[in-house]
Design a protein around this ligand. Structure first.
Ligand code: ATP
Length: 279
């Protein structure tokens, strides 16, 4: 095969792979979850169907108690659905958890106060049996990613709330899972800090190509961050609308003043209102 034909063959292979649809990273089909409580059954999720593809940044927005956290916890195999099907990387959530498919960032940073930032980040790596050298290398790498290089020796109380939340993101990134699940990570922070962390998170996402599932109550945050916005309606949590964002991947903060941004924000708000009216 001469050089030209080789190039042509490679080009056509590339073209073919461009059009070959990739299997979704997360696929929910008619997912249902009812909690049995002392006060009777609580129907938290109803008939939730959703596909999340590699590299998507998906935000879940909806009123309190509509099942956003529950859905994230199902993906992480922390809750068992009572109906429907859920696949993560083509596996059951439990298998995916065993393969360390995701890192999870909680509402509160949840750092151990008696461990330095570096030692907090190392904890999951120690449990997974990484060598000391590998632990140190990964800590350096993820601290760099969240712009906390040089802070590994500090203790959580020596860091601001925003820095602590970044440290907890670093901990979730440490074992390089493809999926990052984030449950209202910036909910407790003031707006300016939140804006800054939103910008940093977008850059981190662009650099690492992770698939992110992100729970928020903030419409601007959802629109600014996401490639896909899932609007949920009150209990039992259902998907009211799924918005594929037309915004470019590169997003300066002032994109929030653009007509396109405002239009998507309106659609989310209308969805939230209509969801309430469904009751
Ligand atoms: N382990 C549990 N046992 C019983 N009920 C539960 C459990 N976990 C959640 N629920 C109930 O399921 C519903 C959905 O809860 P979930 O935390 O997923 O909502 P949410 O949309 O994340 O709410 P918020 O925005 O307030 O964080 C709520 O009514 C909640 O009380």
């Amino acid at each position: 095969m001469n050089m030209e034909t080789t190039t042509q063959a490679l080009n056509s292979q590339a073209a073919a792979s461009d059009i070959t649809p990739q299997a979704p990273v997360i696929e929910a089909r008619n997912l249902d979850l009812t909690f049995q409580t002392n006060d009777g059954p609580v129907h938290a999720l109803k008939d939730v169907s959703l596909e999340i593809n590699k590299g998507d940044f998906v935000s879940f927005i909806g009123p309190s108690g509509c099942g956003k956290t529950t859905f994230l916890r199902c993906i992480a195999a922390l809750e068992q659905p009572t109906g429907g099907a859920l696949m993560v990387n083509g596996m059951t959530p439990d298998e995916a958890r065993r393969q360390r498919a995701y890192g999870y960032v909680f509402q509160a940073a949840g750092l151990y106060p008696w461990r330095s930032i570096a030692k907090n980040i190392k904890l999951p790596l120690e449990i997974m049996g990484y060598s000391k050298a590998e632990q140190a290398a990964r800590v350096e790498q993820v601290l760099e990613l969240v712009e906390l290089a040089g802070f590994g020796g500090k203790y959580p109380w020596q860091l601001s709330g925003g820095m602590q939340q970044r440290a907890s993101i670093a901990r979730a990134l440490a074992f390089d899972a493809d999926i990052l699940l984030m449950d209202e990570p910036f909910g407790a922070l003031d707006e300016i800090v939140r804006d800054h962390l939103n910008e940093q998170l977008l850059k981190l996402w662009a650099r690492t190509d992770k698939t992110i599932g992100f729970v928020t109550h903030s419409i601007p945050e959802a629109v600014y961050l996401s490639t896909k916005i899932v609007v949920m309606s009150p209990r039992p949590g259902r998907i009211h609308d799924v918005i594929d964002s037309p915004l470019p991947k590169e997003r300066p903060l002032d994109i929030r003043d653009s007509a396109e941004f405002i239009e998507i924000a309106h659609r989310v708000r209308d969805g939230l209102r209509a969801g309430h009216a469904d009751d």
